[in-house]
Design a protein around this ligand. Sequence first.
Ligand SMILES: [Fe+2]
Length: 335
Amino acid sequence: MIKKLVLGSLVFASSIFAANEVNIYSHRHYDTDKQLFKMFEEKTGIKVNVVKAKASALIKRIESEGKKSPADVLITVDAGRLFQAKEKDLLQSIESPYLAKNIPANLRDTDNKWFALTKRSRVAVYKIGSGIENELSTYEDLADPKFKGKIMVRSSSNIYNQSLLAAMIAHHGEEKALEWAKGVVANMAKDPKGNDRYQVKAVANGIGSIAIANTYYIGKMVNNKDVSQAQAVKKVKILFPKFENGGTHINVSGAGVAKYAPNKANAIKFIEFLAGPDAQKLFAEGNFEYPVLAGVKASDLVSSWGTFKDDTISINTLGENNAKAVKIFDLAGWK
Ligand SMILES: [Fe+2]
């Protein structure tokens, strides 16, 4: 059985350091993951212990635990955080012929300290009937004054937005990225508040006409038992913007082996399992993400949204430009 350990009250007594287990610090906040951990336990007999918290809290925790940290694997939902963990020297390089062969080079760390497990794109969600699809085709367009009062987007403290701006910096430089951020702020329908689903619901209900959101949230809103989500999502459609000189912004969730992992071999096995065909299929079907493993298809629902070309910049760049992005958001007054 998966043992869920609550942050703050976790004590990995030495007695539970049985040889056959793996300790996961995860920021993935999705139900499919529970299923995945169970599948791994059944397949390998290795017990999975999970600490779930925000990536920033997990990173702080690994840092303060130091050499005694029980963490074997850190899982986060954004490349920026994986990069941060690497910068703080909390992850170790691993040798995995399977991961080296199957995770594309632009979706893993240059030193093999982390690997992407899923992709998600950050897209424009517009109200059906608004005509937005004829007016918007690029991320740069979002700053066009013609969209004044039309954009719903969450706060700049959110890492998904920071990574989008980091990509903008990679494409156009800091000065233009600042101009862009100012333009988007000027176009906001409301001050930033709420999560991605909140923005989608607002647009469905006539507040603004373009919501910026990660793709998988749309999948999760369809048939949601929260009727307000299920109804809202019927009123909107996804549009995949691209950068003027690139493709559609993608981000990743991914994992790395902790520097002092007490169960290193199990940790590698675990990440290999998550990058394997069974887990990749579940990520795709159950959480509406794009698999990173070639040959595994997106779910039918996700495929129905259409196709796009991934942006070409390396996922590493999102982390490298994170600090600049945070600064530019401040300068632009993006709350
Ligand atoms: Fe998310």
